[in-house]
Design a protein around this ligand. Structure first.
Ligand code: J2J
Length: 546
């Protein structure tokens, strides 16, 4: 059902040949990778889910359970190329389901636990998903009710699998597990999954990644981060995010034959006892969490001495905060600047301390092509700021079924326009200076203002809206919605706008942190709303501390 080059653009043959010849693409699949690890060290612990009761999976157990689940999915009619929206928190089943889908060549579509009707409905409809995998309840929300609503309006969505009490749906635990069913696996050049893009547009874009390209980024990440069979990786951020999945993430830990430990919540009170008990050696955090951990480590009584390497990325990490991390946590820091579309940069283990605290690192691959250009597309002089463009063996050439968007997001010769403003220091390391794209980075969680604006605009008393980022000491950025009320409409309150956005079914992190009512917007020379002017008049002081 998927046509390469139609549903998702792919690399031109000359590039694919080059990446194969260089040994980057090795013709492996994720299903095969797990099988090989299970054969090499069947009794090593692959996965630990500590809550509510501690469960462990050896590599052999994980491999066998994945096989049975894959056969069960196949028996239910899920096949190669089918899309399955996956919305699970950090639990062991996340890994089982992903590998089972990999093994039959079905594509997980990675939703976040925070997503609600608007996002999930869109993912299911846009990808023509045949199945949706959920927990029964999570963080006070009943996912089964949402699933029923979405099923009622999405004709392709035949199956809902539930971890826990299934309600009217199918319990994941009851999926028939028939190990003898032969499974026609995917080819390494085929799509492995659809990842979410941070996005700048009204609807999120989906990122098609192949087995070949993603495995290369993971192998490269393992090497750079020193991941080995002794690594015990704690998944603190939502497991569906590209960063905790692949940089080097839980897939990196499994690739190296290490151990993955799922962390149910990212706060120090939850994570520190796990670090101590499970002797965690490595994890990845967004800057606000790194700040929280740094402060908490100074007073926590927990033994964090097993921690060897902490990766921080997803948003700009301030130099001052970076300097405080190593002494407080007693481990090494690595900065990572990456994107689900591909390119990932890391500082290196042998970089000097100044480089680690002041830069966002070097690309994984010698074949990552980097261009830094001005507004006209011309290369800037060495060391100057500019727009970052990139092309390479694990950076996509286009989004899933979005040719018009691709025409804007990629150059004609296939470079991805990251939307980031960077400069390169003499060592080649990149420093992220800012962003040209219309996106808000709320503590690593990306928000497309247009998506929030569309939701607010649906309110009958709203004439116009403009959503911008305001600086925030803790999250880096928060969201501010400037609203022009409709003439003659009943007076509006900020709380009403926030409630309205939530009820439209948008994830809570997209609900504007602050709403200000204004009579008009500042305009640019050509009469467009000037978000630049709006950003400059917004003051951090105007943000309530909630
Ligand atoms: C500044 N901005 C950063 C950093 C990402 C590893 C790490 C992060 C992501 C990720 C990822 C930044 N400093 N250190 O996928 O594998 C901003 C940039 C970038 C956007 C991508 C990974 N690290 N950013 O954050 O797809 O603006 O991926 O373009 O969520 O985050 O967001 P996302």
């Amino acid at each position: 059902t998927i046509t390469p080059g139609v549903d998702a653009p792919t690399w031109p043959a000359e590039f694919a040949d080059r990446y194969r010849a260089a040994g980057h693409w090795r013709g492996e699949t994720f299903g095969g990778m797990l099988r090989e690890r299970a054969a090499a060290h069947p009794d090593r612990i692959a996965l630990i889910d500590p809550a509510p009761e501690r469960r462990t999976w050896t590599y052999r157990e994980l491999d066998e359970r994945v096989d049975r689940l894959a056969a069960g999915f196949a028996a239910r009619g899920i096949g190669r190329g089918d899309r399955v929206v996956l919305q699970l928190p950090n639990i062991g089943e996340f890994v089982e389901v992903v590998f089972a889908l990999f093994r039959i060549g079905a594509l997980p579509v990675y939703a976040l636990p925070a997503h609600r009707a608007a996002e999930i409905g869109y993912f299911c409809a846009f990808t023509e998903a045949v199945a949706y995998v959920i927990p029964d309840r999570h963080a006070g929300f009943d996912h089964r009710t949402l699933a029923s609503e979405i099923q009622a309006t999405t004709p392709t969505l035949k199956l809902v699998f539930v971890v826990g009490d299934p309600g009217e749906h199918t319990p994941l635990a009851d999926v028939p597990r028939d190990p003898d069913r032969p499974l026609p696996g995917p080819e390494p050049h085929e799509l492995a999954f659809l990842q979410l893009s941070g996005g700048t547009t009204g609807v999120p874009k989906l990122i098609p990644r192949t087995h070949d390209d993603y495995l290369y980024s993971i192998r490269g990440s393992d090497e750079i981060c020193g991941v080995t069979a002794d690594t015990r990786f704690l998944v603190v951020l939502p497991a569906a995010h590209n960063f905790p999945m692949s940089s080097p993430g839980w897939l990196g830990a499994l690739h190296a034959g290490g151990t993955v430990v799922m962390c149910p919540r990212p706060d120090p009170a939850t994570a520190f006892p796990l670090v101590e008990r499970e002797r965690i050696t490595m994890t990845g955090l967004v800057p606000p969490l790194a700040l929280l951990w740094t402060d908490a480590a100074l007073t926590s009584g927990h033994d964090l001495s097993s921690l060897d390497l902490l990766l921080v990325g997803g948003a700009k990490y301030s130099e001052q905060a970076a300097r405080r991390l190593e002494p407080a946590l007693g481990c090494r820091l690595m900065q990572v600047f990456g994107m689900a579309e591909g390119l990932v940069c890391y500082t290196r283990l042998d970089d000097d301390r100044e480089t680690v605290v002041t830069t966002q690192g070097l690309p994984i691959s010698p074949d990552d092509e980097i261009r830094i250009v001005d507004d006209t597309g011309a290369d800037v002089p060495d060391g100057a700021f500019g727009h970052l463009l990139t092309r390479g063996p694990y950076t996509i050439r286009g989004y899933w079924r979005a040719p018009e968007h691709d025409a804007r997001s990629f150059t004609e010769d296939g470079f991805y326009r990251t939307g980031d403003i960077v400069r390169r220091v003499p060592s080649g390391h990149l420093v992220v200076e800012g962003r040209a794209k219309d996106q808000i980075n709320r503590g690593g969680e990306k928000i497309a203002p247009e998506e929030v604006e569309n939701a607010v605009l649906a309110h009958p008393s709203v004439h116009d809206v403009s959503v911008v980022a305001v600086p925030d000491e803790y999250l880096g950025e928060r969201t501010l919605a400037y609203v022009i009320p409709r003439a003659g409409a009943a007076p509006l309150k900020a709380a009403e706008i926030r409630r309205f956005v939530r009820e439209r079914g948008l994830a809570a992190y997209k609900v504007p942190d602050l709403v200000e009512f204004v009579p008009a917007f500042p305009r640019t020379g050509v009469g467009k709303t000037s978000k630049k002017a709006q950003r400059s008049t917004a003051t951090p002081k105007s943000i309530p501390t909630t």
